[in-house]
Design a protein around this ligand. Structure first.
Ligand code: FAD
Ligand code: 2HG
Ligand code: ZN
Length: 480
């Protein structure tokens, strides 16, 4: 049979279908507490639905079994059995991914990491944290806060996403500008290959030039070659002074100038420079009922964060900077809500087509203008119910040249999708950009990898996939 969302995607007939015997094996291995079953045996089934649908409610899977192992050894036995019995598997963390990668397409078994949630160790001197993959990002950060350290990644889904999921998607988030990519801060990984082999690369060393750095392959590969069970990560000291400023600007040229100024004037204390367009801020206002932090309407807003060790010194620097751009320095948490709340506010409008792209800074916002114009010309954009598109907004991580173009629709509509794709990917390719800056490819972009990677690169990826996962059981039907 074929997928509802992707009629061209067919179930691989080499994969077995789940039987009561398989379920019995897993229940004996893990205990019935660790399985959510639907319709395979006579057991009362828990609610399997949340594991079959994604955060956006855009993609729907058809799994009948969710497994929640607690240890790496259990993961190893689960995958070995799946591999030998040709049962396809989808690794799942907090299920907050935005490209449909964390849910099955057909009846793949979901292996969820929520019960692997122990912090294994933390070394105060080096700042290295070692933790199970299923630890929730905010829990890890809270644990570190109590020890004057910080998790070097922060994002709006922190209350639900797992650090294993973060590493698997190579999430970027709000402070990449300051703390860099997970490819740099992750020092080691523990993972299980489809044949059950436990890859123990859980190094806590900062420097380790001993051959291929194989852990990098798991960072950002979205569960296609193995399941990450443990993460070792370098965590910086928690900054003593954090200040946040929010201001409006009249044009994208001014935004670019403000960014250059911020880099120059705030230099080592700058920890985030985020961009939000006026429409995205009105949406947050409408959905939260909160009053915008500054008076007046602007086409662009920026949020700047500084993190340093001396509050007075940092504030003086920030105020000097703000004299030129006329902004406000208010409570960090309150101001961050205007940036972090956009995704959630958009989700209340219906569906969202999301494009998470890297493009040269000078053209970052042009994509939003061009997309809006295109959809308007096609008669899709309007305020009443007869128009499918409610809003075209742009926001993102200015400091990383990463734009989030979001097209909010009253309901998912194939005609609108066809008007945006592949046009949007061609637009990005022309500028040598990336069609996925930080969210990954998942199922949403499975057809489009060629817009950002050449044939040789895709071939090499396929060779690696075949080497690690010869039966193709790990997260099938997605981008590889
Ligand atoms: P899931 O969604 O469960 O899985 C994501 C992918 O990783 C899937 O392909 C899955 O198969 C695989 N996977 C999960 N766990 C494992 C594992 N242990 N081993 C192998 N593969 C695994 N992303 C950003 O980059 N920056 C942001 O600022 C950002 N903000 C967000 C804000 C909101 C409100 C939301 C809903 C999402 C946001 N995201 C952001 C998307 C982001 O990718 C995720 O939130 C996060 O990194 C995914 O973690 P997760 O545990 O939910 O993974
Ligand atoms: C963010 O930066 C996230 O807020 C989500 O990456 C972006 O919803 C989106 O498109
Ligand atoms: Zn983002």
């Amino acid at each position: 049979f074929t997928s509802d969302a992707y009629p061209n995607v067919k179930r691989n007939p080499n994969f077995a279908e789940l039987t009561p015997e398989h379920v019995t094996y897993f229940k004996e291995l893990l205990g019935s507490q660790s399985a959510v079953i639907d319709g395979v045996s006579t057991d009362a089934s828990d609610d399997i639905e949340p594991f079959n649908s994604d955060w956006m409610r855009k993609y729907r899977g058809h799994t009948r079994l969710v497994l929640k192992p607690q240890t790496t050894e259990e993961v190893s036995k689960v995958l070995k059995y799946c591999n030998e019995n040709k049962l396809a598997v989808v690794p799942q963390g907090g299920n907050t991914g935005l490209v449909g990668g964390s849910i099955p397409v057909f009846d793949e078994i979901v292996v969820n990491t929520s019960r692997m949630n122990n912090i294994r160790s933390f070394d105060q001197a080096s700042g290295v944290l070692v933790a199970d993959a299923g630890v929730i990002l905010e829990v890890a950060d809270q644990y570190l806060a109590e020890r004057d350290h910080l998790f070097p990644l922060d994002l709006g889904a922190k209350g639900s996403c797992h650090i294993g999921g973060n590493v698997s998607t190579n999430a970027g988030g709000l402070r990449l500008l300051r703390y860099g990519s997970l490819h740099g801060s992750v020092l080691g990984l523990e993972a299980v290959l489809p044949d059950g082999t436990i890859v123990d690369a859980l190094s806590t060393l900062r420097k380790n030039n001993t051959g291929y750095d194989l852990k990098q392959l798991f960072i950002g590969s979205e569960g296609t070659i193995g399941l990450i069970t443990g993460v070792s990560i370098q965590c910086p000291p928690r900054p003593k002074a954090v200040n946040v400023a929010y201001f409006g600007l009249e044009s994208f040229e001014q935004v670019q100038r403000a960014y250059l100024e911020a880099k120059g004037q705030l230099s080592e204390i700058l920890s985030a420079f985020e961009l939000m367009d006026g429409r995205s801020q009105r949406l947050v206002q409408d959905s939260t009922g909160n009053k915008q932090p500054i008076e007046g309407e602007y086409p662009f807003y920026c949020l700047i964060e500084t993190s340093g060790s001396n509050a007075e010194h940092d504030m003086a620097k920030l105020e000097t900077f703000l004299e030129n751009v006329m902004g406000e320095a208010l409570s960090p948490t309150a101001l961050w809500r205007w940036r972090e709340g956009i995704t959630e506010s958009l989700s209340h409008l219906g569906g969202t087509y999301k494009y998470d792209v890297s493009i040269p800074l000078s053209e970052l916002y042009q994509l939003v203008e061009d997309c809006k114009q295109r959809l308007t010309e096609k008669g899709f954009v309007g305020d009443d119910d007869s128009f499918p598109v409610r809003a075209v907004v742009g926001y993102g991580h200015m400091g990383d040249s990463n734009l989030h173009l979001n097209v909010a629709v009253r309901r998912y509509d194939k005609e609108v999708e066809k008007a945006i794709e592949p046009w949007v990917y061609e637009w990005i390719q022309k500028r040598q950009g990336s069609i996925s800056a930080e969210h990954g490819l998942g199922i949403a972009k499975r057809e489009y990898i060629g817009y950002s990677q050449n044939e040789t690169m895709v071939k090499l990826m396929k060779q690696l996939k075949n080497l690690y996962d010869p039966n193709g059981i790990m997260n099938p039907y997605k981008y590889i």
